[in-house]
Design a protein around this ligand. Structure first.
Ligand SMILES: *Cc1c(COP(=O)(O)O)cnc(C)c1O
Length: 410
């Protein structure tokens, strides 16, 4: 089955009772059972069923199964937001004293989370660059996880997923991949050896910017070294479902950061057009990158699909011939960047990516406003840089809009 067919048909069947084509919104907090024996069996996992929406719910379950199928995982757990997904995916693996190794160009919210975790004696080492040796140099006996994003934001760097999976497995630790920016349309990290994949479903998976959400997908392939991961011993009986069982019975249930059934429903609808949207947005992003590169007012265009990008080769080999729908441009000064943003007609100036509409932001003064200068540079958030998340408008209109906005610069 190819991608778009899989989007519509994998783990999807019409609802049995009335034939609704999409799993309806089960807007119910709890689920009643006929007998005390029944509820006991469901509670203890001896019988399938639903208990309480913080643990699971039919609308959410349907969404989880569909995303797990798309990502080639054995199961998934949907969360209240992408940040909840990152937090819980990591906390399911680490305890006080443990370390995380991360790529340096990752999402500002995630670096902020890793900073917060220091209070709990969970520390993060950032690889200096994307070379495997740089990640290897950060690994210590306390390291439990390597955490990367498929395309860093706003640096737009591209780590080699298969090589990092191999490195993680040599050390008997896990590779967790945030696939928000590329989606399974470009890459299925589990097929390249990743152990766990997470998404902010608020972005491309939903596609219309109408719900915050996140999801954690498990490969089920990890062989646990109980010296490194003693807490997993208790879940040995779940076999390849140990990671998901520990998560759902433990930190996921107890944090209470579940997805709402309504958001699961909206996000399921949005996801059905993921392939069409990504195809179109990636194509337009490439055309816009080429067009802006020949504009005299643009100092540099950063897009992994341009052959002179340092990340072109890895991206080409890894992303199914696509390069994502985000690019950044540098326009000389912060004033110039603000002037361009203020002159654009179609691009909304806001802190989001992956909407139907084209979005722009000046990362240095917003997402990275509280970061140190060195952190900003390391993340690629330069003062004159504009991040563009390309939407579904016609390329000709977007090109004309950027040309007129850039044309107003001195
Ligand atoms: C937005 C985003 C997140 C956080 O997701 P929310 O749904 O906003 O909590 C995490 N990772 C990446 C790459 C993102 O773009």
């Amino acid at each position: 089955m190819k991608f778009n067919t899989s989007l519509l048909h994998s783990a999807h069947a019409p609802e049995e009772k009335n034939g609704a084509t999409l799993t309806p919104i089960y807007q119910s907090s709890a689920f009643a059972h006929q007998t005390a024996e029944d509820l006991e069996a469901v509670f203890n996992g001896k019988k399938p069923g639903f208990v309480y929406t913080r643990l699971n719910n039919p609308s959410i379950d349907s969404f989880e199964q569909r995303v797990a199928a798309l990502e080639s995982g054995i199961g998934a757990i949907a969360c209240a937001s992408g940040m909840a997904a990152v937090t819980l995916a990591i906390l399911n693996l680490v305890k006080s004293g443990d370390e995380v190794v991360a790529s340096s160009g990752i999402f500002g919210g995630t670096t902020s989370l890793f900073h917060c975790l220091e209070e709990f004696n969970i520390t993060t080492q950032y690889a200096a660059d994307n070379r495997i040796e740089s990640f290897a140099a950060c690994i210590s006996p306390r390291t439990k996880v390597i955490f990367i994003e498929t395309i860093g934001n706003p640096k737009l760097d591209v780590p080699d997923i298969a090589a990092l999976a191999e490195l993680a497995h040599q050390h008997e630790i896990l590779l967790v991949v945030d696939n928000t920016v590329t989606t399974p349309f470009l890459v299925k990290p589990i097929k390249l050896g990743a152990d766990v994949v997470i998404h902010s479903t608020s972005k491309y998976i939903n596609g219309s910017g109408n719900s915050i959400g996140g999801i954690i997908i498990d490969s089920g392939k990890r062989k646990w070294n109980y010296d490194k991961f003693p807490a997993f011993k208790e879940y040995e009986k779940f076999g390849r479902f140990a990671y998901l069982a520990k998560l759902r019975k433990g930190i996921f249930k107890d944090f209470g950061a579940c997805m709402s059934p309504f958001n699961a429903y909206l996000t399921s609808i949005g996801m059905e057009t993921l392939g069409l949207r990504m195809e179109r947005a990636c194509e337009t992003a490439y055309k816009l990158a080429v067009s802006l590169r020949s504009c005299a007012k643009v100092k540099t265009v950063n897009y992994p699909g341009l052959e002179d990008s340092p990340y072109y080769q890895v991206a080409k080999a890894q992303f199914n011939g696509k390069f994502g729908a985000m690019l950044t441009i540098r326009v000389g000064t912060k004033d110039n960047a603000f002037a361009v943003i203020n002159s654009l007609t179609y691009a909304a100036n806001l802190a989001n990516i992956g909407d139907t509409r084209t979005l722009v932001i000046h990362p240095a003064s917003t997402i990275y406003a509280t970061s140190q200068e060195a952190e900003k540079i390391n993340a690629g958030a330069y003062d004159d840089l504009i991040r563009i998340s390309v939407g579904l408008e016609d390329f000709e209109d977007l090109e004309a809009d950027f040309q007129q906005a850039l044309g107003k610069l001195e």
